[in-house]
Design a protein around this ligand. Structure first.
Ligand code: ADP
Length: 650
């Protein structure tokens, strides 16, 4: 049997999957052939398999470096459920427990060991590693090594040294969901990857339906209520940009009888842990949180993610939204935003960089990068184009051609191209723009007027002044600066909010730039000159009059391939029943429900109704070990359901 056959056998027997997903195969193949690998895959694409399978095939111990300390115990438990010998080493273990883990590892008790990056500098671990046979090191969340990324962790910088100090250099694989070219280059350099096989795949998540709605702050709660009321039985996450908003929204939902919990960095570690567990175990199906929540959370039955505020970058948005629908079932990603969110985003950029120990020049480089990322995010809110296409273009992937690596680093140049085009073959299940819940309004004339005015004012004034000049406002601020004598004074009679929006839209598309700071000014953007061309045009999104909010068709697309199944009403009843069985077993074993089986697996059971062990084993997600642990219970439950059904229909 060659190594890939062995890998496929492990995949089937241990993990219960018939096929590698395309990206997984490429990474596993490279690693087993002794070649380094860099895998860029979105959350939910199945990065774990990329190192877990080689770990089972290769002799010796595979070391997985991960920053997600709080998840390691669950990951190892999941592995054990699959019959893989795993362990973890991090600060949640006492020194005595750590010593015990190393002692057993020396005796060859494990195939995989999850290690927090801080451990790599611990002399006891270094000593252990110097003697152990470590053929393979996998670095999860590898973007943490880069200062250009959103989650830079200084401890990640020691990984390269750790690997270099090993007596024999292992194969190294780096895995991340971050797409920018800069971060990728940093990963290769700082982890010293040697001629790595690059795999970029699967940024499209066909089962996610995207929706963007502009929503004034005072209307947000009502909109959220309506959204959640339609999904009371389901589990979801509501992301807010500030802790205070998390508190407010969570309290509001609880008052309405929604079993919500909360998570943000201001809570004690103990409460964070407790709330996270309540959510993962489905005791509190709605989680209200800041972006501090969710990195690495593998809860497969999250069926919606609402953003109560606009996040600071498309990367952050896609990662957070991508926590929905990991089981391949249809799921919704709704973004509610308002002008204040953009202002907050600009404010955060200024605040954050002020705290870093960077030189003023470095800080400005970082700020400029973040500003571009923010504008691309604003562009997503404004685009009249297909939202899915906008996202995929941002990540350098064309919709419908998975696996194509692009130039995703240039957020500001990729993003604006997505503005303005009306989709040709709209599919209402794809996104709110394709559903025609929005209509495009031509604001080219207003945009030209704004550009002329900014040019005349030479980028010295803010948005309000620009708009006042255009509308010919007779205010003291205008008169005292002599702006009532400007040639563009009173040259546009469009309404004030519309003009304000046109300015933001031009900034989102990089025709203009808006500086952050106490007195933001509107000045030229990277594509400033293009706006003077004859073929320049600008479309703005407006709620279509006929649009019925909240009645948008529910997502019906499922993950491509054989992983998702259509359920009849009876199947659905069985599925719900199996969920209860799963919850009971999970509670008994004190593990999260998805560790027993994920929703896709339960759905496949409900549809196929296996009656024998062989049929049960054929269900995706069922391996030998799971068959042994749970086969009897589930087969009995399914048989009981079938016989009851027989009675009813007889
Ligand atoms: P990531 O780490 O990339 O976010 P995970 O490794 O947690 O993703 O995997 C996401 C989901 O996909 C899991 O529920 C996993 O069981 C499932 N999965 C992974 N590989 C396969 C496969 N080859 N076939 C079917 N399902 C898979």
């Amino acid at each position: 049997m060659n190594v890939m056959e062995a890998a496929r056998a492990v995949l089937a027997e241990r993990f219960g999957y018939g096929e590698f997903r395309p990206g997984q195969r490429a990474v596993v193949e490279a690693v087993l052939a002794g070649r380094d690998a860099l895998a860029v895959m979105p959350t939910g694409a199945g990065k774990s398999i990329c190192y877990q399978v080689p770990a089972c095939v290769l002799p010796g111990l595979t070391v997985v470096v991960s920053p997600l300390v709080s998840l390691m115990a669950d990951q190892v438990r999941s592995l054990k459920e699959a019959g893989v010998r795993g362990a973890y080493l991090n600060s949640t273990l006492t020194p005595a427990q750590q010593a015990e883990v190393l002692h057993r590892a020396r005796a060859g008790a494990y195939d995989v060991m999850y290690v927090a990056p801080e451990r790599l500098a611990d002399p006891r671990f270094v000593e252990f590693a110097a003697e152990a046979a470590i053929p393979f090191v996998a670095v999860d969340e590898a973007h943490c090594v880069s200062q250009w990324g959103q989650d830079f962790r200084p401890s990640y910088l020691s990984i390269g040294d750790f690997i270099a100090a090993l007596p024999e250099r292992p194969v190294v694989a780096a895995l991340t969901a971050t797409a920018t070219e800069r971060v990728r280059t940093d990963i290769v350099r700082l982890l010293d990857l040697r001629d790595p096989a690059l795999t970029v795949t699967g940024f499209d998540r066909p089962n996610l339906r995207f929706a963007v709605e502009r929503c004034e702050p005072k209307r947000k709660d009502a909109r959220l209520d309506a959204f959640i009321d339609e999904r009371r039985a389901e589990s979801g996450i509501v992301y807010c940009s500030k802790r205070a908003a998390v508190e407010k929204v969570c309290a509001h939902l609880r008052e309405r009888g929604v079993a919500a919990t909360r998570y943000h960095a201001g809570l004690a570690a103990e409460e964070r842990e407790r709330n996270q567990r309540a959510f993962v175990n489905d005791d509190a199906p709605v989680m209200v949180a800041t972006n501090a929540f969710g990195m690495g959370i593998d809860k497969s039955n999250v069926s919606y993610v609402v953003h109560y505020n606009m996040p600071g970058s498309v990367e952050a948005y896609y990662q957070e939204a991508g926590r929905a629908g990991r089981d391949g079932e249809p799921a919704e990603c709704l973004l509610l935003w308002c002008d204040g969110d953009i202002a907050t985003g600009r404010f955060f950029i200024e605040q954050e960089s002020a705290n870093e120990a960077l030189s003023p020049e470095e800080a400005e480089v970082v700020r400029a990068g973040r500003r571009r990322m923010l504008e691309a995010m604003v562009g997503y809110c404004y685009t009249t184009d297909c939202l899915r296409e906008y996202l995929l273009r941002y990540f350098g992937e064309e919709a419908g051609s998975p696996g194509k690596a692009g130039e995703p680093g240039a957020g500001a140049t990729t993003a604006p191209d997505a503005l303005g085009a009306v989709p040709t073959a709209p599919d209402p299940r794809c996104c709110s723009n394709c559903a025609g819940e929005m209509e495009a309004v031509d604001v080219t004339a207003e945009a030209r007027a704004v550009m002329r005015c900014v040019h005349e004012l030479r980028g010295r004034f803010g948005k309000t002044v620009v708009v006042d000049v255009l509308r010919g406002a007779d205010t003291e601020a205008i008169r005292s600066r002599g702006l009532n004598r400007a040639t563009t004074y009173g040259t546009c009679d469009a309404k004030r909010p519309l003009l304000m929006e046109v300015v933001e839209l031009l900034a989102a598309a990089d025709y203009l730039a808006i500086t952050e700071g106490k007195y933001p000014v509107v000045c030229a953007g990277g594509r400033y000159r293009e706006a003077a061309r004859d073929d320049f045009s600008l479309l703005m999104k407006r709620t279509a009059p006929k649009a019925k909010k909240g009645a948008a068709p529910r997502a019906a697309r499922t993950t491509s391939g054989a992983e998702a199944v259509e359920l009849t009403a009876t199947d659905q009843a069985l599925f719900e029943h199996l969920r209860e069985v799963r919850k009971r077993l999970a509670d008994e074993a004190d593990v999260p429900p998805y560790v027993v089986f994920n929703n896709a697996t339960l759905a496949a059971m409900a549809a196929a109704r296996p009656a024998t062990e062989a049929q049960f084993l054929a269900i995706p997600g069922v391996g030998q070990k799971k068959l042994e642990t749970y086969g009897t219970v589930f087969l009995e439950e399914i048989a009981a359901f079938e016989s009851e059904l027989g009675h009813l229909t007889r």
